[in-house]
Ligand binder design. Structure first.
Ligand SMILES: [Zn+2]
Length: 209
């Protein structure tokens, strides 16, 4: 694609938005109050707003390789802090996707340089769920399951943060684990029962009263 085309696309997008709502950009200029925080993969095939059918201003987005929420990652921790404490979102989504290159790389043994420490977080997810994953003989099924379990663990990392714990007691903040199936376009809610998963371990991660 020619880079000039991008600016042409932008002009067309402005015209389209104004045709639907003449005050669209006036509203954007006034500030944002999205109800959702979306944490997803950087994969070019998984675009947050488009797959959720949302407009600019409706979702606060954070994307990185394999939708990770490592607790020492200043970037994702800052995004969660800002979304929960300042934007006061009431829904936090971690959305993984089948066919995730980051998850695939973590299942292989190659040395990927600077990506190694990042991908090791996914290897840790594998270690935690090794029994279940090793029992799956079909490689593709195992890959898909690791994508799902990674979403589950990253949701738990979200819940472990002080901000989310505080918001949970103060208001009805909900965390969701989703998968985007790139083969069909379908958005799948994993319907993770966090209360059941965290029942025995939340005492370890509890911060504050
Ligand atoms: Zn991915």
């Amino acid at each position: 694609m020619n880079i000039e085309q991008i600016f042409e696309n932008n002009k067309q997008w402005i015209a389209k938005q104004l045709k639907t709502d003449a005050t669209f950009f006036d509203k954007l200029g006034k500030g944002q109050s999205p109800e959702f925080l979306y944490i997803g993969c950087s994969d070019s095939r998984v675009s947050a707003e488009e797959l959720m059918g949302l407009q600019a201003g409706e979702v606060f987005v954070h994307r990185n390789i394999a939708n990770m929420v490592p607790n020492t990652d200043l970037n994702s921790m800052s995004v969660i802090n800002y979304a929960v404490m300042h934007l006061k979102v009431n829904h936090i989504v971690v959305c993984g996707h089948y066919g995730c290159g980051g998850v695939k790389a973590a299942m292989q043994q190659s040395d990927l340089g600077i990506l190694n420490p990042w991908l090791r977080n996914i290897r840790d997810v594998y270690r935690i769920h090794r029994k279940e994953l090793d029992a799956i003989t079909d490689e593709d099924a195992k890959y898909r399951r690791l994508v799902e379990l990674n979403v589950q663990e990253q949701c738990m990392n979200v819940i472990k943060t002080a901000e989310v714990q505080k918001a949970n007691t103060e208001r009805n903040l909900k965390v969701y684990g989703w998968i985007f199936d790139i083969h069909t376009g379908e958005l799948i809610d994993l319907k993770i029962d966090f209360d059941a998963i965290l029942k025995d371990i939340m005492a370890i991660y509890k911060i504050g009263n």
